[in-house]
Design a protein. Sequence first.
Length: 376
Amino acid sequence: MIMALLILLAILSVGILWLLMISPGQPAPLRDDSGQVIPGSISERVAVEIGGISQAMIIQSVDSANPVLLFLHGGPGMTEFFMEQDYPTGLEHHFTMVWWEQRGAGMSFSADIPPETMTMEQMIADTVEVADYLRARFGQHRILLLGHSWGSYLGIQVAAAAPDRFFAYVGMAQIAHQLRSEIMARDYLLRAYGERGDAAMVRKLKAAKVSMEDGLSPAWMRLRDRAMHGMGVGHTRDMRSVITGIFLPVWRVRAYTVMDKINVWRGKIWSRPFFWDDLLRDDLVKRLTEFALPVYFFVGRHDYTANPELSRAYFEAIDAPMKGFYVFENSAHSPLFEEPVRAKQILLNDVIGKSDEGVNSPLAKTDGHGTDKRSR
Protein backbone atom coordinates (compact mmCIF):
# COMPACT_ATOMS: atom_id res chain seq x y z
CA MET A 1 0.00 0.00 0.00
CA ILE A 2 2.79 2.43 0.92
CA MET A 3 4.64 1.63 -2.32
CA ALA A 4 1.48 2.27 -4.37
CA LEU A 5 0.98 5.61 -2.64
CA LEU A 6 4.59 6.57 -3.32
CA ILE A 7 4.22 5.69 -6.99
CA LEU A 8 0.99 7.70 -7.20
CA LEU A 9 2.67 10.65 -5.50
CA ALA A 10 5.58 10.45 -7.92
CA ILE A 11 3.22 10.40 -10.91
CA LEU A 12 1.30 13.39 -9.55
CA SER A 13 4.53 15.28 -8.92
CA VAL A 14 5.76 14.66 -12.46
CA GLY A 15 2.38 15.73 -13.82
CA ILE A 16 2.38 18.96 -11.82
CA LEU A 17 5.98 19.71 -12.83
CA TRP A 18 5.09 19.09 -16.49
CA LEU A 19 2.05 21.37 -16.23
CA LEU A 20 4.15 24.14 -14.68
CA MET A 21 6.77 23.79 -17.42
CA ILE A 22 4.21 24.21 -20.20
CA SER A 23 2.44 27.10 -18.47
CA PRO A 24 4.87 30.05 -18.53
CA GLY A 25 2.05 32.52 -19.12
CA GLN A 26 3.59 34.10 -22.22
CA PRO A 27 2.87 33.42 -25.90
CA ALA A 28 5.79 32.19 -27.97
CA PRO A 29 7.51 34.76 -30.20
CA LEU A 30 6.65 34.73 -33.90
CA ARG A 31 9.32 33.02 -35.99
CA ASP A 32 10.11 32.73 -39.69
CA ASP A 33 10.57 29.49 -41.61
CA SER A 34 14.16 29.21 -40.41
CA GLY A 35 13.10 29.46 -36.77
CA GLN A 36 14.36 32.99 -36.23
CA VAL A 37 12.27 35.55 -34.36
CA ILE A 38 10.72 37.89 -36.92
CA PRO A 39 12.21 41.38 -36.43
CA GLY A 40 9.64 43.93 -35.31
CA SER A 41 6.98 41.30 -34.61
CA ILE A 42 4.92 41.26 -31.44
CA SER A 43 3.57 38.33 -29.46
CA GLU A 44 2.42 39.37 -26.02
CA ARG A 45 -0.29 39.21 -23.42
CA VAL A 46 -1.60 42.53 -22.21
CA ALA A 47 -3.84 43.44 -19.28
CA VAL A 48 -5.81 46.67 -19.60
CA GLU A 49 -8.43 48.25 -17.36
CA ILE A 50 -11.68 47.92 -19.28
CA GLY A 51 -15.02 48.80 -17.76
CA GLY A 52 -13.45 49.23 -14.34
CA ILE A 53 -11.75 45.82 -14.16
CA SER A 54 -8.54 44.28 -15.51
CA GLN A 55 -9.13 42.42 -18.78
CA ALA A 56 -6.50 40.53 -20.75
CA MET A 57 -5.74 39.83 -24.37
CA ILE A 58 -3.09 38.15 -26.50
CA ILE A 59 -1.78 40.27 -29.39
CA GLN A 60 0.27 38.78 -32.21
CA SER A 61 1.49 40.38 -35.43
CA VAL A 62 4.48 40.22 -37.72
CA ASP A 63 3.93 43.93 -38.40
CA SER A 64 1.94 46.15 -36.05
CA ALA A 65 1.09 48.42 -39.01
CA ASN A 66 -1.18 45.68 -40.38
CA PRO A 67 -4.94 46.10 -39.86
CA VAL A 68 -6.11 45.20 -36.36
CA LEU A 69 -8.51 42.26 -36.14
CA LEU A 70 -10.39 42.04 -32.84
CA PHE A 71 -11.63 38.47 -32.29
CA LEU A 72 -14.66 37.94 -30.06
CA HIS A 73 -14.68 34.40 -28.69
CA GLY A 74 -17.68 32.18 -28.11
CA GLY A 75 -19.31 30.84 -25.01
CA PRO A 76 -20.58 32.83 -23.23
CA GLY A 77 -17.29 32.75 -21.34
CA MET A 78 -15.36 30.22 -23.50
CA THR A 79 -12.02 31.47 -24.77
CA GLU A 80 -10.65 30.28 -28.13
CA PHE A 81 -6.95 31.11 -28.38
CA PHE A 82 -6.28 27.41 -27.73
CA MET A 83 -7.63 26.63 -31.22
CA GLU A 84 -4.50 28.15 -32.77
CA GLN A 85 -2.49 25.13 -31.61
CA ASP A 86 -4.27 22.49 -33.67
CA TYR A 87 -6.04 24.75 -36.20
CA PRO A 88 -3.59 27.59 -36.90
CA THR A 89 -5.10 30.44 -38.90
CA GLY A 90 -1.84 32.21 -39.76
CA LEU A 91 -3.70 35.51 -39.60
CA GLU A 92 -0.97 37.10 -37.48
CA HIS A 93 0.99 37.34 -40.75
CA HIS A 94 -1.66 39.59 -42.27
CA PHE A 95 -3.35 41.28 -39.32
CA THR A 96 -2.54 42.45 -35.87
CA MET A 97 -4.52 39.65 -34.23
CA VAL A 98 -6.13 40.45 -30.90
CA TRP A 99 -7.48 37.52 -28.88
CA TRP A 100 -9.34 39.40 -26.16
CA GLU A 101 -10.75 37.31 -23.32
CA GLN A 102 -14.01 38.91 -22.31
CA ARG A 103 -15.20 40.00 -18.88
CA GLY A 104 -15.49 36.87 -16.75
CA ALA A 105 -13.63 34.61 -19.20
CA GLY A 106 -10.20 32.97 -19.02
CA MET A 107 -7.41 35.46 -18.31
CA SER A 108 -10.08 38.09 -17.57
CA PHE A 109 -11.87 35.97 -14.97
CA SER A 110 -11.85 37.09 -11.35
CA ALA A 111 -14.01 36.10 -8.44
CA ASP A 112 -14.15 39.80 -7.61
CA ILE A 113 -16.09 40.80 -10.74
CA PRO A 114 -19.39 42.29 -9.57
CA PRO A 115 -22.16 39.98 -10.84
CA GLU A 116 -24.35 43.00 -11.58
CA THR A 117 -21.86 44.05 -14.29
CA MET A 118 -22.44 40.85 -16.26
CA THR A 119 -24.98 42.41 -18.59
CA MET A 120 -25.27 42.72 -22.36
CA GLU A 121 -24.97 46.48 -22.11
CA GLN A 122 -21.68 46.16 -20.21
CA MET A 123 -20.29 43.58 -22.64
CA ILE A 124 -21.03 45.92 -25.56
CA ALA A 125 -19.41 48.81 -23.71
CA ASP A 126 -16.37 46.65 -22.90
CA THR A 127 -15.95 45.71 -26.55
CA VAL A 128 -16.08 49.34 -27.66
CA GLU A 129 -13.55 50.28 -24.98
CA VAL A 130 -11.20 47.50 -26.11
CA ALA A 131 -11.57 48.72 -29.69
CA ASP A 132 -10.72 52.26 -28.61
CA TYR A 133 -7.61 51.02 -26.78
CA LEU A 134 -6.47 49.18 -29.90
CA ARG A 135 -7.24 52.09 -32.23
CA ALA A 136 -5.18 54.41 -30.05
CA ARG A 137 -2.31 52.01 -29.50
CA PHE A 138 -1.90 51.07 -33.17
CA GLY A 139 -2.89 54.42 -34.65
CA GLN A 140 -5.77 53.06 -36.72
CA HIS A 141 -8.97 55.01 -37.29
CA ARG A 142 -11.07 51.87 -37.61
CA ILE A 143 -10.40 48.17 -37.05
CA LEU A 144 -11.96 44.86 -38.11
CA LEU A 145 -14.40 43.11 -35.76
CA LEU A 146 -14.92 39.34 -36.01
CA GLY A 147 -17.29 37.49 -33.70
CA HIS A 148 -17.70 33.72 -33.38
CA SER A 149 -20.85 32.02 -32.05
CA TRP A 150 -21.71 33.85 -28.78
CA GLY A 151 -19.10 36.36 -29.99
CA SER A 152 -21.21 36.89 -33.11
CA TYR A 153 -24.24 37.65 -30.95
CA LEU A 154 -22.18 40.20 -29.03
CA GLY A 155 -20.32 41.42 -32.10
CA ILE A 156 -23.26 42.23 -34.29
CA GLN A 157 -24.76 44.33 -31.50
CA VAL A 158 -21.43 46.14 -31.11
CA ALA A 159 -21.32 46.73 -34.86
CA ALA A 160 -24.77 48.32 -34.74
CA ALA A 161 -23.96 50.41 -31.66
CA ALA A 162 -20.52 51.71 -32.68
CA PRO A 163 -20.03 51.48 -36.46
CA ASP A 164 -17.53 54.35 -36.40
CA ARG A 165 -14.95 52.14 -34.66
CA PHE A 166 -14.93 49.39 -37.30
CA PHE A 167 -14.46 49.25 -41.04
CA ALA A 168 -16.39 45.97 -41.23
CA TYR A 169 -18.01 43.27 -39.13
CA VAL A 170 -17.57 39.54 -39.77
CA GLY A 171 -19.92 37.07 -38.07
CA MET A 172 -18.65 33.49 -38.00
CA ALA A 173 -21.38 30.97 -37.20
CA GLN A 174 -23.63 33.98 -36.86
CA ILE A 175 -26.34 33.51 -34.29
CA ALA A 176 -29.80 34.64 -35.38
CA HIS A 177 -32.31 32.85 -33.10
CA GLN A 178 -30.54 30.25 -31.01
CA LEU A 179 -33.52 28.42 -29.55
CA ARG A 180 -34.85 27.74 -33.03
CA SER A 181 -31.37 26.53 -33.99
CA GLU A 182 -31.36 24.08 -31.07
CA ILE A 183 -34.70 22.67 -32.19
CA MET A 184 -33.38 22.23 -35.74
CA ALA A 185 -30.26 20.54 -34.38
CA ARG A 186 -32.27 17.98 -32.41
CA ASP A 187 -34.48 17.24 -35.43
CA TYR A 188 -31.41 16.69 -37.59
CA LEU A 189 -29.69 14.46 -35.03
CA LEU A 190 -32.80 12.30 -34.62
CA ARG A 191 -32.85 11.71 -38.39
CA ALA A 192 -29.10 11.19 -38.70
CA TYR A 193 -28.75 8.74 -35.83
CA GLY A 194 -31.88 6.96 -37.01
CA GLU A 195 -30.34 6.51 -40.46
CA ARG A 196 -27.14 5.27 -38.84
CA GLY A 197 -29.15 2.69 -36.89
CA ASP A 198 -28.03 3.96 -33.49
CA ALA A 199 -31.17 3.10 -31.55
CA ALA A 200 -29.64 3.96 -28.17
CA MET A 201 -28.81 7.51 -29.21
CA VAL A 202 -32.23 7.95 -30.80
CA ARG A 203 -33.86 6.97 -27.51
CA LYS A 204 -31.72 9.47 -25.62
CA LEU A 205 -32.52 12.23 -28.11
CA LYS A 206 -36.25 11.55 -27.91
CA ALA A 207 -36.03 11.94 -24.15
CA ALA A 208 -34.07 15.19 -24.49
CA LYS A 209 -36.87 17.66 -25.07
CA VAL A 210 -36.45 21.02 -26.82
CA SER A 211 -39.29 23.38 -27.67
CA MET A 212 -40.07 27.03 -28.28
CA GLU A 213 -42.39 26.99 -25.28
CA ASP A 214 -40.23 25.22 -22.69
CA GLY A 215 -36.73 25.87 -24.03
CA LEU A 216 -33.92 23.37 -23.52
CA SER A 217 -34.28 20.47 -21.13
CA PRO A 218 -31.38 19.44 -18.86
CA ALA A 219 -31.28 16.14 -20.77
CA TRP A 220 -30.67 18.00 -24.04
CA MET A 221 -27.91 20.13 -22.54
CA ARG A 222 -26.15 17.01 -21.26
CA LEU A 223 -26.44 15.25 -24.62
CA ARG A 224 -26.13 17.92 -27.31
CA ASP A 225 -22.35 18.28 -27.58
CA ARG A 226 -21.70 14.53 -27.60
CA ALA A 227 -24.44 13.93 -30.14
CA MET A 228 -23.27 16.75 -32.43
CA HIS A 229 -19.62 15.73 -32.32
CA GLY A 230 -20.60 12.14 -32.99
CA MET A 231 -22.03 13.32 -36.32
CA GLY A 232 -19.26 15.78 -37.15
CA VAL A 233 -21.53 18.81 -36.84
CA GLY A 234 -20.11 20.31 -33.65
CA HIS A 235 -17.25 22.72 -32.99
CA THR A 236 -15.29 21.44 -35.99
CA ARG A 237 -16.05 18.84 -38.63
CA ASP A 238 -13.34 16.47 -37.37
CA MET A 239 -13.77 17.00 -33.61
CA ARG A 240 -15.28 13.93 -32.01
CA SER A 241 -15.06 14.85 -28.34
CA VAL A 242 -15.13 18.00 -26.23
CA ILE A 243 -12.57 16.35 -23.96
CA THR A 244 -9.94 15.66 -26.64
CA GLY A 245 -10.84 18.61 -28.85
CA ILE A 246 -11.30 21.40 -26.30
CA PHE A 247 -10.63 20.43 -22.68
CA LEU A 248 -7.17 18.89 -23.12
CA PRO A 249 -5.87 21.45 -25.65
CA VAL A 250 -6.60 24.29 -23.20
CA TRP A 251 -4.13 22.72 -20.75
CA ARG A 252 -1.40 22.87 -23.43
CA VAL A 253 -1.61 26.63 -24.03
CA ARG A 254 1.79 28.10 -23.09
CA ALA A 255 0.43 31.64 -23.10
CA TYR A 256 -1.57 30.70 -19.99
CA THR A 257 -0.40 30.19 -16.43
CA VAL A 258 -1.79 27.21 -14.55
CA MET A 259 -4.30 29.52 -12.86
CA ASP A 260 -5.34 30.92 -16.26
CA LYS A 261 -6.10 27.39 -17.40
CA ILE A 262 -8.20 26.74 -14.34
CA ASN A 263 -9.95 30.07 -14.88
CA VAL A 264 -10.94 29.12 -18.43
CA TRP A 265 -13.32 26.56 -16.90
CA ARG A 266 -14.30 28.69 -13.92
CA GLY A 267 -15.16 31.53 -16.29
CA LYS A 268 -17.17 29.34 -18.65
CA ILE A 269 -19.29 27.95 -15.81
CA TRP A 270 -19.72 31.34 -14.15
CA SER A 271 -20.43 33.48 -17.23
CA ARG A 272 -22.97 31.34 -19.05
CA PRO A 273 -26.02 31.81 -16.76
CA PHE A 274 -25.88 35.60 -17.07
CA PHE A 275 -26.53 35.52 -20.83
CA TRP A 276 -27.76 32.12 -21.95
CA ASP A 277 -31.54 32.52 -21.57
CA ASP A 278 -31.63 35.90 -23.31
CA LEU A 279 -29.37 34.59 -26.07
CA LEU A 280 -31.70 31.66 -26.67
CA ARG A 281 -34.87 33.71 -26.98
CA ASP A 282 -33.60 36.73 -28.88
CA ASP A 283 -34.74 36.81 -32.52
CA LEU A 284 -32.33 39.24 -34.15
CA VAL A 285 -34.29 39.36 -37.40
CA LYS A 286 -37.04 41.16 -35.53
CA ARG A 287 -34.92 43.86 -33.93
CA LEU A 288 -31.47 44.38 -35.49
CA THR A 289 -31.20 44.66 -39.26
CA GLU A 290 -29.92 48.18 -40.02
CA PHE A 291 -26.15 48.64 -40.16
CA ALA A 292 -23.93 51.55 -41.16
CA LEU A 293 -20.89 49.40 -42.00
CA PRO A 294 -20.17 46.37 -44.21
CA VAL A 295 -21.39 43.05 -42.79
CA TYR A 296 -20.08 39.61 -43.75
CA PHE A 297 -21.16 36.16 -42.56
CA PHE A 298 -18.96 33.02 -42.57
CA VAL A 299 -21.02 29.84 -42.06
CA GLY A 300 -20.12 26.16 -42.11
CA ARG A 301 -22.23 23.89 -44.27
CA HIS A 302 -22.28 21.28 -41.48
CA ASP A 303 -22.88 23.60 -38.52
CA TYR A 304 -25.74 22.56 -36.25
CA THR A 305 -24.66 24.70 -33.30
CA ALA A 306 -25.65 27.90 -35.12
CA ASN A 307 -27.80 26.77 -38.03
CA PRO A 308 -26.63 28.26 -41.36
CA GLU A 309 -30.18 28.44 -42.72
CA LEU A 310 -31.11 30.81 -39.90
CA SER A 311 -27.92 32.80 -40.51
CA ARG A 312 -28.89 33.09 -44.19
CA ALA A 313 -32.40 34.28 -43.35
CA TYR A 314 -30.95 36.89 -41.02
CA PHE A 315 -28.43 37.97 -43.66
CA GLU A 316 -31.20 38.49 -46.21
CA ALA A 317 -33.01 40.80 -43.79
CA ILE A 318 -29.95 42.97 -43.15
CA ASP A 319 -29.53 46.37 -44.79
CA ALA A 320 -25.86 47.40 -44.93
CA PRO A 321 -23.62 49.42 -47.29
CA MET A 322 -21.98 46.16 -48.38
CA LYS A 323 -22.53 42.60 -47.32
CA GLY A 324 -21.33 39.11 -48.16
CA PHE A 325 -22.46 35.61 -47.24
CA TYR A 326 -19.88 32.81 -47.48
CA VAL A 327 -20.60 29.11 -47.08
CA PHE A 328 -17.64 26.92 -46.12
CA GLU A 329 -18.42 23.50 -47.55
CA ASN A 330 -16.01 21.51 -45.37
CA SER A 331 -16.70 23.23 -42.06
CA ALA A 332 -19.00 22.87 -39.11
CA HIS A 333 -19.07 25.60 -36.43
CA SER A 334 -15.59 27.12 -36.96
CA PRO A 335 -14.81 28.00 -40.61
CA LEU A 336 -11.90 30.30 -39.74
CA PHE A 337 -10.09 27.39 -38.09
CA GLU A 338 -11.33 24.60 -40.36
CA GLU A 339 -10.70 26.32 -43.71
CA PRO A 340 -8.18 29.05 -42.85
CA VAL A 341 -6.83 29.49 -46.38
CA ARG A 342 -10.23 30.37 -47.84
CA ALA A 343 -11.14 32.49 -44.83
CA LYS A 344 -7.89 34.44 -45.19
CA GLN A 345 -8.51 35.01 -48.90
CA ILE A 346 -11.96 36.41 -48.23
CA LEU A 347 -10.72 38.64 -45.41
CA LEU A 348 -7.90 40.04 -47.53
CA ASN A 349 -9.65 40.27 -50.90
CA ASP A 350 -13.21 41.14 -49.98
CA VAL A 351 -13.26 42.57 -46.49
CA ILE A 352 -9.94 44.48 -46.49
CA GLY A 353 -9.71 45.00 -50.23
CA LYS A 354 -13.12 46.61 -50.51
CA SER A 355 -13.06 48.74 -47.36
CA ASP A 356 -12.21 52.43 -47.14
CA GLU A 357 -9.52 51.58 -44.59
CA GLY A 358 -8.05 48.82 -46.71
CA VAL A 359 -7.75 50.28 -50.18
CA ASN A 360 -4.35 51.80 -49.44
CA SER A 361 -3.15 48.85 -47.35
CA PRO A 362 -0.34 46.69 -48.74
CA LEU A 363 -2.56 43.73 -47.85
CA ALA A 364 -5.44 44.84 -50.05
CA LYS A 365 -6.13 43.02 -53.31
CA THR A 366 -8.07 44.31 -56.27
CA ASP A 367 -9.54 41.00 -57.39
CA GLY A 368 -11.91 40.36 -54.48
CA HIS A 369 -15.51 39.32 -54.76
CA GLY A 370 -17.22 41.44 -52.11
CA THR A 371 -20.13 43.18 -53.76
CA ASP A 372 -22.67 45.78 -52.79
CA LYS A 373 -25.54 44.02 -51.00
CA ARG A 374 -24.92 40.69 -52.68
CA SER A 375 -23.92 37.31 -51.28
CA ARG A 376 -21.36 34.73 -52.28
